[in-house]
Design a protein around this ligand. Structure first.
Ligand code: ADP
Length: 627
C-alpha cells in the first residue's frame, strides 16, 4: 500500500508535535477520549431514529487498554467510526482553525497554558508520546473496516482490515524512553486512572478499563500464610455526572466542600458556595466558591485568577481568566457551557461573546451573593472581609474607580464609636443632623488612631470616625470621594466643618505675633502655623495641606524611598494649652527658650503623626537643655 503524504500544513504541525517539549504531554489522552465521546454522541443521535442499529444510550462506552509488553495504550469507542474518505480528510488534514496561532505558541514554548486544548489539534497531540499510531475503524452504514497507520511526518497508510462492530480503536505505540522522558508512565493503570479523573471525569459515557488487582486466594483464606493472586476487573474510571450538573438539593454542603478542597487544593472551607444554572441567550451552569482564607500566594504573581471552563463536561481550560473580574479574583470555581466549541482558540476565547455574557452574569451574581451574606450572615462576611477586604478596596481604586458603585457597599471599616467593623451605609444612617462629613483617620492601628490629637475634638463631640489602618484605605476613600452625597473628610483636615465653642475666646484673641514667631523659628520645616480649632487637651498637632496626606507620604516613601513625596506640614497650636501659653509669654522674657519650646512642640507633633524626626539626637539634646 502506497504511503500517502500529510497536507503540508498538517505535516509541519505534526513535526512540531513529534519534537514537542510541551510539558503537558499527558493532555493527549483527554483529546483522544473527547474525540471518542464526540463520535459516540454522533452515533447515539442516529440510534434515536434508526431501530436497526439496535443500540441504546446505555450500550455506548469508551474502553482503555494497556499492554506493557507491546508498550501500547489503546482507546476504543463504539461511536460513528470513519470510512476511507473520513480518514483521509480528518486524520490527513488538520482542522485549520487556529492552527497557525497554535504553531506560533508552541514555537514560543508557552508551555504553562493549555494550548493544545485551546486549539483543538486533538488527534495529533498523541504524537507527542507515540512513535506509531494505528487507527482501526468501521463507520456506521459501511461494511468495510479500515486501518490507518502512521509513524509521523513521513506520511500514513490506509488499508482495509477486519473489525467487529462499529467504532474506532486508536492504538498508541509509545515512544522509547529517553533520559528526559519516561513514556512508560502511560502504561501504568493508576496514572491513566488519575488522568481520566483529572481531565475526563465528566465525559457522559463510561470510560472503562480492565484493572489488574490482587486478592487473597480463596483456598488460603483461612491459613496463617495467605497467598495472593492477580485478577482483572473492569472499572469505570469517570464519574460521568459532574457535581455542578447535579440538582442543588441532591448535593450536601459537605460534598461541595470536599469537591472544593480536592479540586482547588484548598485547605479552608469556603464561606460561600454559589450554584447557578442559567438557560436563555447563553446556557451554562456554574459552581463558584468564595474562600474563607487568603491563599498564601494570593498577593504574589504566582496566584492565577480564573475559573475552570468546561464545554459539555470536557475541560477546556483550567484557568479562564476572562470569567472573573480582577476585584473578585479570589473566587474559585467551574463554568460549564454547551455554547462553546472545543476548538476555540485562546484568541477567540478572549473575545467570545457567550463567554463575555457569562462573565458579566457571574460578576453580578457574586456581587449579589456577597451583599446578601453581608446582611444575612455578618459573621461569615467579616471572616471573608478579613481575608479579601483589601482586594475589594483595590477594586475601588483601580480602573479609575470604574467599579466603585458596585463595591462601595461591600466595604467595612472599623468605627471609633461602635468599636467594630461597620459599612458606609450604617455610618451614614446614624450621622448626626449637623454632621457634614464622613470622618476618617489614618494610622497604624486602632489604638494609635485613638491617641491622635486630631481626632480629639471629633470624639469629644461624639462624631463617629472610620479608622483607616491599611495602606490602601485612604486611597479607597479618596477614590470614592463621596458616599450617599456625603463627602469624606480626614480628621487631619484643616476644616472639619464644625466649631469648637470652648476655643472661641482663644481664637478671637489676636495670635498673629505668636504664629509668626513660631513660623519664623521653624522656617521651611512647616508650610504654615495656625491656631487650632480641633485640639482639646493636646498642645499641638500636624495637619497636611494640599493633596498629599501624611499616610500617602509614608506609603510612597516606603515603596520608593527616594520618591521625594512630602506632605505640606501645617503646625496647629492649641492656644488654650498651658505649654503654648508659656511659650507665648517667653517670647517677651526669654526668646531663646521660646524658640526651643517651638522646636520641641514641633518634634512632638511629628512623633504623634508617626513621622520620623529629622534629627533625633538634636531633639533629645534640646529636651535635656530644658530639663
Ligand atoms: P477535532 O476533534 O478538534 O476536530 P482532531 O484532530 O482531534 O480534531 O480530530 C479530527 C477529526 O477526526 C475529528 O473531527 C473527527 O471527525 C475524526 N475523529 C477523530 N477521532 C475519532 C473517533 N474516535 N471516531 C470518529 N471520528 C474521529
Amino acid at each position: 500500500m502506497a504511503k500517502m503524504q500529510f497536507k503540508s500544513e498538517s505535516k509541519r504541525l505534526l513535526d512540531l508535535m513529534i519534537n514537542s517539549i510541551y510539558t503537558h504531554k499527558e493532555i493527549f489522552l483527554r483529546e483522544i477520549i473527547s474525540n471518542a465521546s464526540d463520535a459516540i454522541d454522533k452515533l447515539c443521535f442516529i440510534a434515536l431514529t434508526d431501530d436497526k442499529l439496535g443500540m441504546t444510550r446505555s450500550d455506548f462506552k469508551i474502553e482503555l487498554k494497556l499492554d506493557k509488553d507491546a508498550r501500547t495504550l489503546t482507546v476504543s469507542d463504539n461511536g460513528i467510526g470513519m470510512d476511507k474518505d473520513d480518514l483521509e480528510n480528518n486524520l490527513g488534514t488538520i482542522a485549520s482553525s487556529g492552527s497557525y496561532q497554535f504553531k506560533q505558541q508552541l514555537e514560543e514554548k508557552q508551555d504553562d497554558i493549555d494550548i493544545i486544548g485551546q486549539f483543538g489539534v486533538g488527534f495529533y497531540s498523541a504524537f507527542m508520546v507515540a512513535k506509531e499510531i494505528t487507527v482501526i475503524t468501521k463507520k456506521y452504514g459501511s461494511d468495510t473496516a479500515y486501518k490507518w497507520q502512521s509513524s509521523g511526518a513521513d506520511g500514513y497508510e490506509i488499508e482495509e482490515c477486519k473489525k467487529d462492530g462499529l467504532g474506532t480503536e486508536i492504538i498508541i505505540a509509545l515512544k522509547d524512553n529517553t533520559d528526559e522522558e519516561n513514556y512508560d508512565e502511560f502504561l501504568e493503570q493508576y496514572r491513566i486512572q488519575s488522568l481520566v479523573k483529572k481531565y475526563s471525569d465528566y465525559i457522559r459515557y463510561p470510560i472503562n478499563m480492565e484493572m489488574k488487582k490482587s486478592r487473597v486466594k480463596e483456598e488460603t483464606k483461612d491459613s496463617d500464610k495467605p497467598e495472593y493472586e492477580d485478577y482483572y476487573e473492569t472499572e469505570t474510571l469517570n464519574s460521568m455526572v459532574p457535581i455542578w450538573q447535579r440538582p442543588k438539593k441532591d448535593v450536601t454542603q459537605e460534598e461541595y466542600d470536599k469537591f472544593y478542597q480536592e479540586k482547588f487544593f484548598a485547605m479552608d472551607k469556603p464561606v460561600k458556595t454559589i450554584v447557578t444554572s442559567v438557560e436563555g441567550v447563553v446556557t451554562y451552569k456554574a459552581l463558584l466558591y468564595i474562600p474563607s482564607s487568603t491563599p498564601y500566594d494570593y498577593y504574589t504573581k504566582e496566584y492565577k485568577k480564573g475559573l475552570q471552563l468546561y464545554s459539555s463536561g470536557v475541560l477546556i481550560t483550567d484557568n479562564c481568566e476572562e470569567l472573573v473580574p480582577e476585584h473578585f479574583r479570589f473566587v474559585k470555581g467551574i463554568v460549564d457551557t454547551a455554547d462553546l466549541s472545543l476548538n476555540i482558540s485562546r484568541e477567540m476565547l478572549q473575545h467570545d461573546r457567550h463567554l463575555l455574557t457569562i462573565a458579566q452574569n457571574l460578576e453580578k451574581k457574586i456581587q449579589r451573593e456577597l451583599t446578601s451574606m453581608l446582611s444575612g450572615d455578618r459573621e461569615n462576611y467579616e471572616k471573608f472581609f478579613k481575608a479579601f477586604g483589601r482586594q475589594l478596596k483595590y477594586g475601588v481604586v483601580s480602573d479609575y474607580g470604574m467599579h466603585k458603585d458596585e463595591l462601595q457597599d461591600l466595604l467595612l471599616f472599623y468605627s471609633s464609636t461602635e468599636k467594630k467593623l461597620v459599612t458606609l451605609s450604617e455610618y451614614v444612617d446614624r450621622m448626626k443632623e449637623d454632621q457634614k462629613f464622613i470622618y476618617f483617620a489614618t494610622g497604624e492601628n486602632a489604638a494609635a488612631i485613638d491617641a491622635l490629637p486630631q481626632t480629639e475634638l471629633l470624639r469629644s463631640k461624639g462624631f463617629e470616625i472610620l479608622y483607616c489602618t491599611e495602606d490602601v484605605d485612604e486611597f479607597t476613600l479618596q477614590s470614592l470621594m463621596m458616599y450617599k452625597e456625603k463627602r469624606f473628610c480626614s480628621a487631619t483636615n484643616d476644616d472639619l466643618g464644625i466649631e469648637n465653642d470652648e476655643q472661641k475666646d482663644e481664637e478671637k484673641k489676636d495670635s498673629t505675633a505668636l504664629l509668626t514667631f513660631v513660623k519664623e523659628t521653624l522656617g521651611d520645616k512647616v508650610a504654615e502655623v495656625t491656631a487650632s480649632k480641633k485640639l482639646v487637651s493636646h498642645p499641638v498637632c500636624l495637619t497636611a495641606k494640599g493633596g498629599i496626606s501624611f499616610e500617602m507620604e509614608k506609603y510612597f516613601n516606603s515603596v520608593q524611598p527616594d520618591s521625594g513625596m512630602k506632605a505640606q506640614r501645617v503646625l496647629e497650636l492649641n492656644l488654650g494649652h498651658e505649654a503654648v501659653k508659656t511659650m507665648e509669654s517667653l517670647i517677651q522674657t526669654d526668646v531663646d527658650k521660646a524658640r526651643k519650646y517651638a522646636e520641641v512642640l514641633y518634634c512632638q507633633a511629628l512623633l504623634i503623626a508617626g513621622l520620623p524626626l529629622e534629627n533625633p539626637s538634636e531633639y533629645t539634646d534640646l529636651v535635656c537643655s530644658l530639663i
